[in-house]
Ligand binder design. Structure first.
Ligand code: FES
Length: 199
């Protein structure tokens, strides 16, 4: 019986130790889980909206930025460049921007933008991902005598107009992509956020 008393005391001690070790183990197991579940500050930053001051952007100029690791261009079009968009439809593959994957609903219009003057595009060719050249002048080019301004991809010769609409008969299958964006005020654009109330 004496032994039994000793044994039961020892058993209580072991039970208590196991509970403590178990508790510490649970704590150590939980910390890495919480840490891996929480997005790192870097990842949050990479996906965050990007705001740009466009108050100094002159007609005909382009501002380059980056959002979610992709190049994004903000272009202020001249009246001539906007006018030229109207006569190109029969040379384009998707003149009405019917493919909903390539722009938000609020940019599915003749100029593919919220305000006609400002064009916002992801600067990646929709063929195999090269960087198209920005050729905004309305003048003859080696690859196109009647050039109305736009983008030319040097990798395989795809051509896009000043709304990022792809020409027919080139390798790129779709128009350049318009990312979500909004105007915060007259002189500032945020890429990665839709306008208030946009679907
Ligand atoms: S990647 Fe642009 S035409 Fe092929």
């Amino acid at each position: 019986m004496a032994n039994e008393g000793v044994n039961s005391g020892r058993r209580r001690f072991l039970t208590a130790s196991t509970a403590v070790v178990g508790g510490v183990g649970t704590l150590f197991a939980a910390v890495p889980f919480v840490a891996s579940w929480k997005p790192s500050a870097q990842a949050q930053l990479a996906g965050a909206p990007v705001s740009e001051d466009i108050s100094k952007l002159e007609p005909g100029q382009r501002l380059s930025t980056s959002w979610r690791g992709q190049p994004v261009w903000i272009i202020r079009r001249t009246p001539d460049q906007l006018q030229a968009l109207t006569g190109l439809n029969d040379r384009l593959r998707d003149p009405d921007s019917a493919n909903p994957e390539q722009q938000p609903g609020y940019a599915q219009n003749a100029h593919r933008s919220i305000k006609p003057e400002y064009l916002v595009l992801v600067g990646i060719c929709t063929h195999l991902g090269c960087a198209p050249l920005f050729l905004p002048q309305l003048e003859a080019q080696p690859f196109e005598a009647d050039w109305k301004g736009g983008f030319f991809c040097p990798c395989h010769g795809s051509k896009f107009d000043m709304a990022g609409r792809v020409y027919a008969g080139v390798p790129a299958p779709t128009n350049l992509k318009v990312p979500p964006y909004r105007f915060d005020d007259e002189g500032r654009i945020t890429i990665g956020l839709d306008p208030e109330g946009a679907a």
